[in-house]
Design a protein around this ligand. Sequence first.
Ligand code: CO
Length: 151
Amino acid sequence: MAVFKIVEVGDIVLKEKARPVTKFNDNLVKLLENMADTMYDAEGVGLAAPQIGIGKRVIVLDVGEGLIEMINPEIIEKNGVDCDVEGCLSIPGVIGSVERAETVRVKGFDRHGEEIICEASGLLARAFQHEIDHLDGILFVDKAIDIQTKK
Ligand code: CO
């Protein structure tokens, strides 16, 4: 178990475009496990590798339906519009309403390099969009239509 310190807003790694993973090896497995440990420790529903200082296109998610690991994720279809409140482990104490697609179809790879496709709606669709934005250096506060400090 390795819980990493979560990088906070202001760090350059959160503004950079993350690089695609090309090697599906033990280092990737270790990264995925460290990311899941860090996400669960922080009680988040998603984490992107840049949030632990690693500029690679890797995300983990768990909205209460089990752990999803996805490498080089890409949204290949989106439908509908939904506006709801979000927060981010890298921006503690801040929440804001963000417009997202209601449902998404996401293509990526699992830890073995096998292609996977996820159909997501509700919170999971929102989490996918939020985490994939992290891989492009985009934070929810860049898109939020209102920003509030959490009491
Ligand atoms: Co975030």
